[in-house]
Design a protein around this ligand. Structure first.
Ligand code: IPR
Ligand code: MG
Length: 154
């Protein structure tokens, strides 16, 4: 890495990869209100940083367990977005990997395992999402993203 690159990395932070999970139950999706310097008080999917050596699916399973206590199943990759947070004290860039999943046991309920990072979890209809949404989620919603499987037409 050249000296200029090192200086830039120290000033603006590094590029990170995060996995966000659309956990589907009926027509609802699980959201929690963030307690974080990034997107404080906005509604967000369960999400977190990809750790070294993890697959996207493994990261989704781990983050759901850590943040909600839930076990998930049928984990699929949906889309990837590139998110620049330029207004932060230390600007950052996140590649957000959006997955979808369902509950391994449909009777399970989410628990707020990390109350320092989240006000609590709730189920919300996709067509009536709460506001404000965490910006990476708001952006895909505005672009027409829908995590629910479509019925095959033939
Ligand atoms: P952690 O790993 O703290 O759960 O990360 P997060 O919930 O802040 O995830 C970052 C999400 C991306 C999309 C900015
Ligand atoms: Mg998180």
């Amino acid at each position: 890495m050249g000296n200029e690159t090192v200086v830039v990395a120290e000033t603006v932070g590094s590029i990170k990869v995060a996995v966000a999970v659309c956990l589907l139950r009926g027509q609802n999706v699980l959201l929690g209100r963030r307690r974080s310097s990034l997107g404080d008080s906005t509604f967000s999917l369960p999400s977190g940083h990809l750790e070294f050596g993890e697959s996207f699916q493994e990261c989704a399973v781990r983050e759901l367990k850590e943040e909600t206590g839930l076990d998930i199943d049928k984990i699929e990759l949906l889309t990837v977005t590139n998110n620049l947070f330029l207004d932060e004290a230390k600007p950052s860039q996140y590649v957000a990997v959006f997955m979808r999943a369902v509950l391994a046991d449909p009777c399970q309920e989410p628990h707020n395992i990390e109350p320092e990072f989240c006000d609590g979890w709730g189920w919300y209809e996709w067509d009536n999402l709460p506001k404000p949404l965490f910006w990476p989620l708001e952006k895909v919603v505005q672009d027409g993203f829908n995590p629910f499987p479509t019925l095959d037409s033939c």
